[in-house]
Structures are given as structure tokens and as C-alpha cells.
Design a protein around this ligand. Structure first.
Ligand code: GLN
Length: 317
């Protein structure tokens, strides 16, 4: 064997608990480096010392470490779940209203939307998520509740809730999102009332769930559209492939290239400090660390995922 190379373990031999415990130790010094999101005042109070990670494999193996049962604000990770609903209901015609290219801009940027005439670059930036949420609430008078029910069903946890304080706090400070939604409306790319879309959007972002909930909710994306726990088909194989593709190219805003370089898996981040990652055909992994880097992604969370794919020798590349 060449010097420095180790024999790789087969997938079955990976001891996920040991891997996660090792990562929790390795990122300890990084937890204080990030900055908690303050533009949503209710998020500013979350301690930076929090850290959690959870894994759920398609074969049922699971592991978790740190505060993995503590609920946190999933924020933009919710965009994956509403995209799943909208694609199921609307099919590919959704892509007439929203693109699927990386934006290369901040998640709440308005610039591109102006010169691209109200068609957001992708469904995982704020502008695109408003279009997706509009697609859900326009079809269903109880759309906001339908989003929560969908997430509860995916996670197998009826106790998952909206955090009304976070939703109120974001609404009170939500001028930027209001500008985006009004701009979309002016371009005829929102069907429902602006206030209705914003209310559903702020609520979906406020959903509070734990890393353990998140890996269960995301497991269908690792498992070709089938819920690992219940065996229920959530999406077609093709839809899950496409959602993973959009996560891979658009899931970490304008840091998506360096995330692909460092971590190498489809993922979606949120400003609450959570990231859901998928290794298609193998597992779902979630991490939570509230301190963010300059691009709005969890600083220690990205590092933890980088260590994870490195230590288990798995990525999509
Ligand atoms: N609710 C946040 C917002 O709209 C979500 C952004 C995020 O998590 N990146 O600004």
C-alpha cells in the first residue's frame, strides 16, 4: 500500500457513532467563530455553543451526537420540503415560473430579479421560494397548515410546530422579503396575495425541528423517493433525482461551489444554522450549529460535513 493510505471500510463497516463523536470534538473550536443571524431578532438569542449532528442510512442504521433532539429554526431548509410539494402538485410547469441555475448572489438578493424580469434563478433562494410557496398556497386554502403537515408526515413527528415567535419576528423585520414578493407580484409571478404568501413563507421558515427529525424528513431523497422509515413513496425516482440536483447546484447560495469542492454532496442550509445533506443511495445527514459564515451558511456545520464525507470516504464525486 502507498504510504499514508488506509484501507477503506465497506459501507457496512462504518461506525457512524464514532465518526460523529470525533467530528463533534474536532469542530468545538469553530463553534464560536461564526456569527448568529441577527436580522431575524428571535434568532439572535440562540447560543452559539449548540452543536448537533444526525445520520440516517437507507438500511436503517442511525447515529446522532450533541443536541440532536433539540428543535431549532430550520429556516431555508424548509425550501426543500415546499419544493417537493409544489413539484408533486404542479409538475414540470413549475419551471416556467422559476429557473434552476445557481444565482451567484446572496439568498435575499433583488438585483437579478429585476433584470431577469421576475423569474427567480432557482427555488432555493428567497425569490424562488416565494414562487414555490405561492404555488402551494394558491392550490390549497389551508396551504400553510399543509406545509406543516407535510413536514410532520415526512419526519414522523406530529409535535413539530411553527415557532410563532420566530415567524412574528421575521415578519416584523421582513422588509426585504416583502420587497421581493411585491416585485414578483408586479411581474405577474405570484398568484396569491402578497401577504398570504409572506405569511406562509415566514411560517415555513419558522418550523422548529431537531437534527433527528431532519434526517427522517429528508431520507426519501437518499432513498430514491421512498421514505426510509415507512416505505411510503414520497416522490418519483426522477423527482428525487431532480430535487437532489437542485440542492447540489443551488442549496448553499453563492457558496455552492466551495461547498461542492469541500463536501461534495447535495445539501440545503438555513440561517438558523441547520444543513440537511444527502448522499443519494446511501444516507441523509443533518447538522446544526447556529454561528454562520459570511455567506449565511453554518460555519462549523460546513466544516462538520466536510469532515464527515472525508472520514467515511463518500461523496457524489
Ligand atoms: N427566513 C429567512 C429569510 O427569508 C430564510 C433565509 C435563509 O435561511 N437563508 O431571510
Amino acid at each position: 500500500m502507498p504510504s499514508g493510505s488506509k484501507r477503506r471500510k465497506s459501507d457496512r463497516q462504518i461506525d457512524f457513532q464514532t465518526v460523529l463523536d470525533g467530528i463533534a470534538k474536532a469542530v468545538k473550536g469553530d463553534l464560536k467563530k461564526g456569527r448568529v443571524a441577527t436580522y431575524i431578532p428571535a434568532l439572535a438569542r440562540v447560543p452559539k455553543s449548540k452543536f448537533a449532528m444526525a445520520v440516517l442510512c437507507n438500511d436503517g442504521r442511525q447515529a446522532a451526537c450533541g443536541d440532536a433532539d433539540e428543535a431549532f429554526s430550520i429556516q431555508s431548509v424548509s425550501k426543500v420540503f415546499t419544493l417537493t410539494m409544489a413539484l408533486r402538485a404542479e409538475g414540470t410547469s413549475l419551471w416556467r415560473r422559476v429557473g434552476r441555475e445557481p444565482s451567484g448572489n446572496r439568498f435575499n438578493s433583488l438585483i437579478q430579479l429585476e433584470y431577469e424580469l421576475g423569474i427567480p434563478r432557482n427555488p432555493l433562494i428567497n425569490a424562488g421560494a416565494h414562487v414555490v410557496t405561492d404555488s402551494v398556497v394558491n392550490r390549497d386554502p389551508n396551504g400553510k397548515q399543509a406545509i406543516l403537515d407535510h413536514v410532520r408526515r415526512l419526519a414522523g413527528n406530529k409535535k413539530i410546530k411553527f415557532d410563532e415567535e420566530v415567524a412574528r419576528s421575521e415578519r416584523a423585520a421582513g422588509h426585504w422579503n416583502a420587497a421581493i414578493a411585491n416585485f414578483l407580484k408586479a411581474h405577474g409571478n405570484l398568484k396569491s396575495d402578497v401577504d398570504r404568501v409572506l405569511d406562509a413563507y415566514f411560517h415555513q421558515c419558522s418550523i422548529a425541528m431537531s437534527c433527528r427529525d431532519l434526517v427522517r424528513a429528508g431520507s426519501f431523497l437518499a432513498n430514491r423517493g421512498v421514505d426510509q422509515r415507512t416505505g411510503e413513496r414520497i416522490t418519483t425516482v426522477r423527482e428525487s433525482k431532480r430535487i437532489n440536483a437542485v440542492m447540489m447546484t443551488c442549496g448553499l447560495y453563492d457558496a455552492v461551489g466551495s461547498f461542492a469542492y469541500r463536501v461534495g454532496i447535495p445539501a440545503k442550509s438555513g440561517v438558523g444554522g441547520g444543513i440537511l445533506g444527502i448522499i443519494p443511495g446511501f444516507l441523509a445527514v443533518a447538522v446544526w450549529s447556529p454561528g454562520l459564515d459570511a455567506t449565511g451558511n453554518s460555519l462549523a456545520g460546513v466544516k462538520a460535513l466536510e469532515l464527515f464525507t472525508t472520514r467515511i470516504h463518500k461523496s457524489v464525486f
